[in-house]
Design a protein around this ligand. Structure first.
Ligand SMILES: [Zn+2]
Ligand SMILES: [Zn+2]
Length: 558
């Protein structure tokens, strides 16, 4: 095994070291993630939650008390309606704009308000991803006494806050600054219910009272900050939250690394006024999505682009998601970010295969471990542990490759034809002893996921075995191709094969006939499926009815 002198801790471990260094005396460590429930909360948002969970676990494993708060920015104004709202609302965007997400009704009619509609799948499925969290809605937080008192403090000392924001922003080259008479509060209009900065302008402060003028309903009014009918603007809201909730860790998009960002101004405010250091972060680049028609898109809550948590769980194990977050290498968590992630619906199997690989590394499978150096091995073992939803298994589980599961999902019914499933697993070399209940359960689960995946995202993986060989098929194949198919039939007759052995045998045949591998595979797919490509051939041959396959090959083979 190669060794490498330069050792790097896993980025979660690095973050935890920084947290303990920066905040040595916390009674309870707080990890904060955030989401604005303006539309479908997707896999990109889940990244935040997953990173918090990783840090929480590491802290807990070290014996520290820790909690994870998912802060829901439900008092943010609605800007645009999602494109997938029920038809009757599509033309009514203007009526809803500017209301807080928790004051708006659930336009789908199934939850108590708009915000809850989008938070609900997270509440339901976070635990399926192994994530423990407390959900805190902005409205509830904004009525808390600690928050109200901080708001009063900010308003009374607003010139100091404005000076810091403007100083940090001008140092970063920003030209638009806050005016000296700015009142940093966003009241919710008593008359029409709007909160947006473009609509409701604060005009005076009187103790706990903030006066305003609303540009939408043209009325003047006054709110009491003790009622939670308003909030600080984001650049002050954020550091106030860090202070009040004692936030020690918060994952961030890498745009926050920039000077003058809201993270940058928040940190300055927190330090200079509240005498506290900013939370430690793990930075990440965006998650993009490769749409079924091949376009690269940014995930979007409004457009509903990006899988929801429940949608992921239908087609892939939650551990595979976690592993693909935690597998990365960050040399220095303070200055580098997790790389951008192109999520491709059609290649979900790559993410699952990669998780399986991580599992083999964790279980020290020699062939795999020999290929990587010790640092990589340690990182992958750590990532595997961080990926577990339950306790890690005690021995290497039966790993059914996702694409093979996709084939099996189409040639058998895993619940009704258990015997056949087990015999295929045996024939293909995935099973050597008797199958444990757990393995059987997992194999079936994976077959079901793969079936769903084909249905929803990958119809081209649909197998259609051609029942009767068209006459012209024979003529369309070359002499060499037909010879190779004949040899393949003989090989299949001669003995039982594991998937790997058969795969190697293809190359013996290819060589002995003097064919290119492309010509060989195309010929085999043509006579079985009537098209030039298909799922992995060895798995396909071994999962179809043996006699039928041999007969078909002999029909065209020479
Ligand atoms: Zn709903
Ligand atoms: Zn109004």
């Amino acid at each position: 095994m190669a060794t490498n002198k330069g050792k790097f801790d896993h980025f979660v471990t690095q973050a935890v070291h920084l947290i303990l260094e920066r905040f040595p005396n916390e009674e309870v460590y707080t990890c904060e993630s955030g989401a604005t429930p303006s539309g479908k909360i997707h896999l990109g948002n889940l990244l935040d939650l997953t990173l918090c969970d990783g840090v929480l676990r590491e802290l807990s494993d070290m014996g520290y008390k820790a909690r994870h708060i998912l802060f829901i920015d439900s008092q943010d104004p609605l800007r645009r309606l999602p494109v997938f709202v029920p038809k009757e609302f599509i033309e009514k965007e203007e009526e809803f704009r500017g209301f807080t997400l928790e004051d708006l009704p659930d336009l789908w009619g199934c939850h108590k308000n708009y915000a809850e509609h989008f938070v609900s799948p997270v509440r339901e499925h976070a635990a399926d991803f192994g994530i423990k969290l407390e959900i805190l809605f902005a409205g509830e937080f904004h009525r808390r006494k600690e928050y109200v008192e901080e708001v009063k403090f900010v308003l009374e000392n607003r010139s100091r806050f404005i000076e810091i924001l403007n100083r940090v922003r001008s140092a970063a080259g920003h030209k638009t600054l806050y005016p000296e008479d700015w009142i940093p509060y966003m009241p919710i209009c008593n008359t029409c219910g709007r909160i947006a900065e473009w609509a409701v302008k604060p005009t005076y402060i009187d103790g706990y009272k903030v006066g305003y003028h609303c540009d939408v309903c043209k009325k003047d009014g006054e709110v009491d900050i003790r009622d939670g009918r308003g909030k600080l603007p984001w650049r002050l809201e954020w550091p106030a939250r860090w202070k009040i909730l004692h936030v020690n860790f918060e994952p961030l998009g890498k745009d926050h690394l920039a000077a003058g960002s809201s993270f940058d101004t928040g940190r300055a405010v927190l330090k200079e006024i509240w005498n506290r250091l900013e939370p430690v972060s793990i930075f990440y680049d965006f998650v993009y999505i490769r749409s079924p028609d091949g376009k690269l898109l940014k995930m979007s809550k409004r457009k509903g682009i990006g899988l929801g948590l429940d949608e992921w769980l239908e087609i892939a194990p939650p551990e595979a998601y976690r592993f693909n977050v935690f597998r990365h290498m960050l040399e220095d968590v303070r200055t580098s970010a997790l790389p951008h992630w192109e999520f491709d619906y059609k290649r979900i199997f790559e993410l699952v295969d990669r998780y399986d690989w991580g599992e083999r590394i964790y279980f020290n499978v020699k062939d795999e471990v020999d290929k990587i150096d010790e640092n990589v091995r340690r990182r992958i073992v750590k990532a595997y542990l961080l990926s577990q939803v339950d306790k890690p298994p005690s021995k290497l589980p039966l790993q059914l490759p996702y694409r093979f599961a996709a084939v099996l999902s189409q040639v058998l019914d895993e619940d009704r034809e258990e015997e056949r499933l087990i015999s295929i697993l045996r024939r293909t070399g995935y099973l050597t002893n008797s199958i444990s209940e757990e393995d059987l359960r997992n194999v079936k689960k994976r077959i079901k996921m793969a079936r769903r995946w084909i249905e929803l995202y990958a119809p081209e993986f649909k197998l259609k075995v051609i029942e009767k060989l068209p006459v012209e098929m024979k003529d369309s194949l070359s002499e060499k191709q037909r010879k190779a198919l004949g040899l393949l039939a003989e090989a299949l007759k001669s003995r039982t094969w594991s998937e790997n052995e058969l795969f190697n045998e293809f190359y013996n045949i290819i060589k002995s006939v003097g064919l290119s591998s492309k010509e060989f595979f195309e010929a085999a797919y043509m006579v079985l499926l009537g098209k030039k490509s298909g799922p992995r051939l060895a798995g396909l041959l071994l999962s179809l009815e043996r006699d039928w396959v041999i007969k078909r090959l002999e029909e065209v083979g020479k």
